[in-house]
Design a protein around this ligand. Structure first.
Ligand code: PMP
Length: 305
C-alpha cells in the first residue's frame, strides 16, 4: 500500500491520510500542544495475525500525559484501544507496523488552552529498524535533558522533542549517530527517543524513573525479560557519565528503536566495541516474545483480526 493511500483515524472518522487536515492556527500547530504515543504492531506469520504490543499500557500512559498537561477530555482506555484497533483493521495490514496516536488541542486558543481536544491515529507499515552495522556511536550531549522542574519528560508531549532535536542535530553535526543526555544533576538520563541500559559485571543498570526520563514501556519490558527470562540482576539507580566509558555493554531501547546497541560513547569503545552478549540475549528474547515464539504474558500482545 502506498503511504499516501493509507487510512487514519481523525475525530472519530476513518479517512484517507491526504484528507486529514488540521487548522494552522490551532495550539497544536503553533505551540506543539499535543501528547502522543508511538506503538508497534508485529505480524506473526505462524498465527497469520497482527499483534499490537502493550496496547493497554500505551493507552494508560497517554491518559496520564493528558492528565499532567491538563487537557479537557473524557477519553477512556477502552475508547483509545478500540480507536487504534479500528483504524489498524481498516488498513488490512499483514505486516509489521508503527502507530502514531496523538491527542491535540485544536481551535483558536493559545498555549494555555485546555481544549477543544481532538485525536488522530496514523498507522504505517514499518519493518524492523535495521541498521547496516551492529550498533551506533553516541556522544554525551552538550544540551541538558529537560527536567520535571521545567518541561517534564514524563509527559510525552510534542514540545519535549525540541530538546531531543537539539541533541540529535548536534550529534549528527559532529559525526555521531545519536546522543545521550545528562540531567540537571549531571547524571545519565536517556537518549533523544529511547531509554538507556548499561551492563557492568553481568548486572543490568538503568537510570531511575526520576532521572529525567520518559516512563518507557520498553524499559519496563527489558527489566521484566532480564529478571524473569534471563535471571539477571537489574538495578535502577543513578548512572555517572564515566560509567558509560567503562561499561561492558550499553544499549538503548524504545518502541521505535527496539533494542539498539551503543558501540562507542564519546569515541571510546564500549567493552569490545561489538554488540555484547547480554544485549544479544535481551534482543533475542524481546523478538521471540514479539513473534510469539515465547509466550510470557497474553496481555502483552493484542490481536487485531
Ligand atoms: N524516551 C524518549 C524520550 C522517547 O521518546 C521514547 C520513545 N517513546 C522512549 C524513551 C522509549 O519509550 P517506549 O519504550 O515507551 O517507546
Amino acid at each position: 500500500m502506498k503511504n499516501e493511500s493509507r487510512l487514519m483515524w481523525l475525530s472519530g472518522n476513518i479517512i484517507p491520510v491526504e484528507d486529514a487536515k488540521v487548522n494552522v492556527l490551532s495550539p497544536t500547530s503553533q505551540f506543539g500542544l499535543n501528547v502522543f504515543e508511538g506503538l508497534r504492531g508485529y505480524w506473526s506469520e505462524k498465527d497469520k495475525q497482527l499483534y499490537i504490543f502493550k496496547l493497554e499500557e500505551h493507552c494508560e500512559r497517554l491518559l496520564k500525559s493528558i492528565k499532567m498537561v491538563r487537557f479537557e477530555c473524557d477519553y477512556t482506555v477502552d475508547f483509545l484501544k478500540n480507536a487504534i484497533l479500528d483504524v489498524v483493521k481498516a488498513n488490512n495490514f499483514l505486516e509489521d507496523i508503527a502507530i502514531r496516536q496523538t491527542v491535540f488541542v485544536d481551535g483558536f486558543g493559545n498555549w494555555a488552552a485546555t481544549g477543544p481536544v481532538d485525536m488522530f491515529i496514523a498507522p504505517i507499515a514499518k519493518g524492523r529498524q535495521l541498521i547496516d552495522k551492529d550498533g551506533i556511536s553516541c556522544c554525551i550531549s552538550s544540551w541538558e535533558r529537560i527536567s520535571d522542574k521545567c518541561l517534564p519528560p514524563k509527559i510525552k508531549m510534542g514540545a519535549n522533542y525540541m530538546n531531543s532535536r537539539l541533541g540529535q542535530m548536534e550529534a549528527h553535526r559532529n559525526g555521531y549517530d545519536s546522543t545521550i543526555f545528562l540531567n540537571n544533576a549531571g547524571k545519565v538520563s536517556e537518549g533523544p527517543g529511547a531509554c538507556l541500559f548499561i551492563v557492568r559485571d553481568g548486572k543490568l543498570i538503568t537510570p531511575t524513573i526520576t532521572s529525567s526520563i520518559l516512563e518507557s514501556i520498553t524499559r519496563t519490558t527489558v527489566i521484566d525479560i532480564a529478571r524473569n527470562n534471563l535471571n539477571l540482576v537489574v538495578e535502577e539507580r543513578e548512572i555517572d557519565r564515566t560509567e558509560l566509558y567503562i561499561a561492558d555493554e550499553v544499549f538503548m531501547c524504545g518502541s521505535a528503536v527496539e533494542i539498539l546497541p551503543v558501540l562507542s560513547v564519546d569515541k571510546m569503545p564500549v567493552g569490545s566495541g561489538k554488540k555484547g552478549l547480554i544485549t544479544q540475549n535481551i534482543e533475542q528474547c524481546y523478538f521471540d516474545i514479539l513473534r510469539r515464539d515465547i509466550i510470557v504474558n497474553d496481555s502483552w500482545l493484542t490481536p487485531v483480526y
